[in-house]
Design a binder for this molecule. Structure first.
Ligand code: ZN
Length: 203
């Protein structure tokens, strides 16, 4: 049985957020990368995307952009898009709203974007309704789970094949935790998606 991810009930908590973005008459997907930029992984991803001539959206952690501004600049120079993923990758539900919003605003000093994605895919409802005044809130409908120690590289690739639909927003991570799974699954996923006739768009 195909279990839709994420569940309907969960999506209803964040009305107006983007989970999927089908374009009429086109078969599109949106590749996204969370948690970078970092020198160990992000340049590898950028070179791979260039090789396949694919553009993606990078949800950056503000503190990483502060530390590695040249990689952040390379993301933009190569035609990709960026989004805000807070300054310290903090969890909305576990953080007082004032602090959460301050941390997100701190990230705007480093990340010039109207897109926001909450770390760990959650935040308090109040945080959501405040942030949506300033940002397009981008969630996902295909989370590859490349970060999980419980996943094998093959399973990560299978998640892409199993759950991707027209307009899917797919999440990978340019992080150390994801390295093995992502480096296996990303090129295979791009090739598979191209074979299925998908074109890659920016959010
Ligand atoms: Zn994240």
């Amino acid at each position: 049985m195909l279990i839709e991810q994420p569940p309907f009930i969960y999506r209803m908590l964040f009305p107006g957020a983007v989970w999927r973005k089908p374009v009429e008459g086109e078969k599109t997907v949106y590749l996204t990368f969370d948690d970078g930029p970092i020198p160990e992984i992000t340049p590898w991803v950028l070179d791979l995307l260039d090789k396949y001539d694919v553009k993606a959206t990078f949800f950056c952690v503000g503190d990483n952009v502060r530390k590695y501004p040249e990689i952040y600049k390379t993301i933009l120079d190569r035609g990709h898009k960026v989004g805000n993923h807070t300054f310290n990758h903090i969890q909305g539900i576990k953080t007082f709203s004032k602090k959460y919003l301050e941390n997100t605003m701190l990230a705007t000093k480093h990340i010039d974007s109207d897109l926001f994605r909450p770390p760990h895919g959650h935040m308090r409802i109040g945080q959501y309704f405040t942030l949506r005044k300033y940002y397009k809130i981008i969630m996902w409908d295909v989370v590859t789970r490349d970060y999980s120690k419980l996943m094998t590289p093959e399973k990560v690739f299978n998640n892409v094949k199993k759950y991707t639909r027209d307009g899917s927003v797919i999440v990978f991570h340019d992080s150390i935790k994801s390295e093995t799974n992502m480096k296996y699954a990303l090129p295979r996923s791009i090739e598979w998606l191209k074979k299925q006739g998908y074109t890659f768009k920016l959010l």
